[in-house]
Design a protein around this ligand. Sequence first.
Ligand SMILES: [Zn+2]
Length: 473
Amino acid sequence: MGTAGIMTACSGEVSKESDAIALVGATVIDGTGADAIKNALIIVEGDRITCAGDKESCLIPEGAIIIDLTGKYVTPGLVDSHIHFGQTGWLDGRPDGVNVGGRYPYEDVVADLRDHPETRYRSYLCSGVTAVYDVGGFPWTIGLKEGAENNTAAPHIAAAGPLVSHAGRLIMSAGGESTFIMLTSEDVGIEAVRQIKSWGADAVKVWFLAPSEEDRAEIDARFMAVAKEAKAQGINLIVHATTYREAKIAVDAGAHMLVHSVTNQPVDDDFITAMKASGTFYAPTLFAGANWGMAIAAAGLQFVPIIDDPNGCVDPATREKLLSAPEQNEYVLFETSQEIFQAGLARNEVALQLMNENLKRVHDEGIPVVMATDAGNPMTLHGVSVYAEMEGMQAAGLTPREVIVAATQTGARVMGREKDFGTLEAGKIADLIVLSENPLEDVSTFRSIMQVMRAGKMHDIADLSWNSLDVPD
Ligand SMILES: [Zn+2]
């Protein structure tokens, strides 16, 4: 039903069986960057928003269910533009880093991730995230898209499938599939693009780690072969390149998204010009690296890490893995000490400063910035990581309003889904969240989430939370 339904409501001809929902009285921040609408009205019919505006601009269809949101704040559902369904949020999903397979066999870990994605889906919705971009993993991650799309208990998914890289990690193979396609030649790269496209992926992801100087010419040529074939096949190219040189090559080659910050030097005018020419999106992922270090330190130095989970959205199995970090000490095979840990924290501070400056610069220059956590990596937990990431973007100098646009409308754009979601406008899928505090004052208020609607289905966060399973002392 479109506007016609609303007009008939006005003339009193609408069916009394209306399945419409009217969200009444909230302050609405629509995700476009426009001013908030006070005392707003959002009409949802089926899975769609049919009207969103002030009290005067929408009519409530007869028989609609009225939800009074006076004093509350409504934004679009959040989009996390960098996640991995093939990783758990703990070390057990990254045997290439610290192999805790003796405690959590990797085959079992991956089988659970593959067979029970609903656990991750619940963590996302519970955190207000209604769409995610899986930017690299097993081929089965591409297969999650279809089932999630019309599932009101799952986020929308875009997925890239296996990462193409000269520096791939074959240990990340399980269930007869691999996370990586080894980029051993230009021909292999071309074939990889065709294969990934045939699997129905939304993009080809290249893990473009800086090659050694003597390998540069060869590795660059392989990268360019992939980029050229992606263009020829009409599939987006997304690139992990945290070093300026490789990131610039990726942007010049037309990359759709840089999935991380440039972390080794300030971006410059050449870089900005190239990003504008290619229309490249920039995903800062401010904390994934530091979180990795925290996970290793927790196991290596035997402390229980802090789980930043205000609403109980981390599933019990993942929670148990983090809480038992001290028992996983035996798997950390490299030297750890309080001194090494402290030095790592100091390095993270320096890296974050540079990431913040680069984020502010690209954003001020008008480059589209998305909110992106790299969830699935150790200590970067599915769903709940969006809070720290948005707060970090705000600390880097973006206004709350700008962070909200990055985390909604721009995320939908990078997924190629801006016609479907990302803003609260008539015709969009009804994906939205209800907060008790004002996000335009500070994005930390996303922690005050009370409800999430996905395709017209309203969920209370209390129902999605696993808190009720906690046994009080
Ligand atoms: Zn990642």
